[in-house]
Design a protein around this ligand. Structure first.
Ligand SMILES: Cc1cc2nc3c(=O)[nH]c(=O)nc-3n(C[C@H](O)[C@H](O)[C@H](O)COP(=O)(O)OP(=O)(O)OC[C@H]3O[C@@H](n4cnc5c(N)ncnc54)[C@H](O)[C@@H]3O)c2cc1C
Length: 497
């Protein structure tokens, strides 16, 4: 039996940065909001210190590229990525917004969306999540050794901005969910109750939106299934509202729009195009012999520092990331010219993995050349071509990091397979329903509203037009707040700013 529900001004799909923040703004402004989230609400004591795939499979939505080389991770719990990400929140440098998309030969971002426009929303998000630059004494030794390599090479490196509270015990399991009160400050702990306290928010959990359809007299019908069912089963509940905001993340929103295509025939042909992995490339550094050992297994702030040393010339940033052991379990890390298996490799890893190796996540402003479609059951199929631009980005990164290692006496370990230099990370996927000034080059207009479908919005990472070259959550959140802000204003509502 299908249950039908209608009493909301706005339905929001997904409770991550793109969904929870507009939910907060709209409820504060007096709108009745229904938030539909596929995942469960996890209490802090449900999170475990575990990297087992079985456990992580409960937190992450995982898709493989069709070549099977790349793994894309979204989140599938209440609060989205804010609950299981590494908590790095940096404003995107202004130059990234001016990136000229080689396909359309003009700025990928709409002309009136830029760093200056986002600045007030960055500030609001910084206040909401208490984002601040950590102190040097809170940087772990693994982060300190990374910063020292850059310093010794005559390059700059500084501390990250984190949404971390006084309850952080430096356990290092941020990506497995934070168990500690006032540890990682996420959208559930800091923002959800502000929306709930207004009395204007209703939440439906463990419910996945299968499709969206326009109603004849205006507004939209949102068709849902229970999250333990697959998208090729019929909808079991429907909700109706004049306005709907899609914020299910790129591997949620883009397939959702594809599944809705028969009911939304005027969707832009740009759907599923101009997707980027944010220029992510992962590799490993071995510290110079003269450096002190670090403890690379347990350290909350293994991601504690960031370098912009290569930004001005190459639009590249990088930070140490996560503990080396799960990285070695997940990618084919090896010394150049050597095997990623065998006795020699085994001894090298055993001797160095805990105290001498630093996994790195580098990001860059590269063209958005990934595409997505859906399979016959409605799940994402992602194609990640190894284009010339991507290969050039990898070569530049390789040259720069070889240079750093040669100068200070460290070593660069590569991670790519099938002749590639680096593993191309899939944690920062953006685009696929990007915002643009024209329907031919984007799915939503600069206000986040889907072209030809008034009242239907996309406010998550899929609306971001191009790679940012820096960790994206802060910009996804700020842009979602910009979209929420405009929506409230256009509807004659008032925001507490
Ligand atoms: C391991 C890891 C570490 C990361 N670390 C950082 C970091 O330190 N800094 C940073 O800037 N970025 C980081 N990121 C990336 C960042 O978390 C994401 O870019 C960000 O969360 C995307 O925001 P979003 O709102 O688009 O989607 P999400 O935050 O993923 O939210 C989408 C929500 O929609 C829900 N959903 C999906 N499909 C449906 C559906 N059909 N129906 C209903 N609900 C649905 C999901 O369950 C989820 O809760 C990390 C990512 C990963 C995987």
């Amino acid at each position: 039996m299908i249950t039908q529900n209608q009493s909301h001004d706005v339905i929001i799909v997904g409770s991550g940065y793109g969904g929870m923040l507009p939910a907060y703004q709209l409820t504060q402004a007096g709108f009745k909001v229904l938030l539909i989230e596929r995942g469960k609400a996890w209490q802090r004591n449900m999170f475990r210190h575990s990297w087992s795939t079985e456990y992580l499979g409960d937190l992450f939505d995982i898709s493989l590229s069709t070549s099977m080389k790349d793994i894309y991770r979204g989140s599938k719990i209440f609060g989205g990525g804010s609950v299981m990400n590494d908590k790095i929140h940096h404003r995107t440098p202004s130059e990234a917004f001016d990136f000229i998309d080689p396909d359309i030969k003009k700025r990928a971002w709409p002309s009136d969306v830029n760093r200056k426009i986002l600045n007030p929303f960055y500030t609001q998000l910084e206040e909401l999540l208490s984002i601040h630059q950590i102190a040097w004494e809170d940087v772990s030794r693994i982060g300190g050794n990374f910063a020292r390599m850059f310093n010794d090479a005559g390059l700059t490196c500084d501390r990250n901005n984190f949404n971390v509270g006084s309850g952080c015990v430096h356990c290092g399991f941020c990506e497995a969910g934070c168990q500690f009160p006032a540890g990682k400050l996420n959208l559930v702990s800091e923002v959800f109750h502000l929306a709930l306290d207004t009395g204007n928010l209703e939440v439906v959990l463990e419910t996945s939106v299968k499709s969206v359809a326009p109603l004849r007299g205006g507004g939209y019908q949102v068709n849902c299934i229970q999250s333990d069912k697959s998208f090729d089963t019929p909808a079991t509940s429907t909700y109706f509202a004049p306005k709907v905001i899609l914020a299910a993340g790129p591997i949620g929103t883009v397939p959702l729009l594809f599944r809705s295509k028969s009911k939304l025939p005027k969707l832009s042909p740009a759907l599923g195009k101009w997707i980027s992995n944010n220029g992510d490339m992962n590799f490993i550094l071995k510290t110079p012999d003269s450096y002190p050992d670090h403890l690379g297994y347990r350290s909350a702030t293994s991601t504690g520092v960031m370098t912009y040393a290569f930004w001005d010339e190459y639009r590249i940033t990088m930070h140490p990331g996560m503990a080396p052991i799960p990285v070695f379990a997940g990618v084919d890390a090896r010394r150049e010219g050597k095997l990623s298996w065998g006795l020699e490799h085994k001894h090298f890893v055993k001797d160095n993995v805990i105290n001498r190796l630093i996994p790195i996540n580098a990001m860059g402003v590269v063209p958005a050349e990934i595409t997505m479609e859906i399979d016959h059951r409605g799940y994402p199929k992602i194609h990640h071509p190894r284009t010339k631009a991507l290969q050039a980005h990898a070569k530049t990164l390789h040259r720069l990091m070889k240079g750093v290692c040669q100068t200070v006496g460290g070593e660069l370990l590569i991670t790519g397979i099938h002749g590639e230099l680096f593993d191309m990370g899939g944690n920062h996927i953006i685009g696929g329903a990007r915002m643009s000034e024209q329907k031919s080059t984007g799915v939503v207009n600069p206000s986040g509203e889907v072209f030809d479908y008034p009242g239907l919005y996309v406010s998550d990472a899929s609306a971001i037009p191009g790679s940012l070259g820096i960790n994206p959550a802060h910009t996804i959140g700020a842009n979602a707040m910009r979209i929420g802000h405009e929506l409230v204003k256009n509807e004659g509502g008032h925001l507490n700013e």
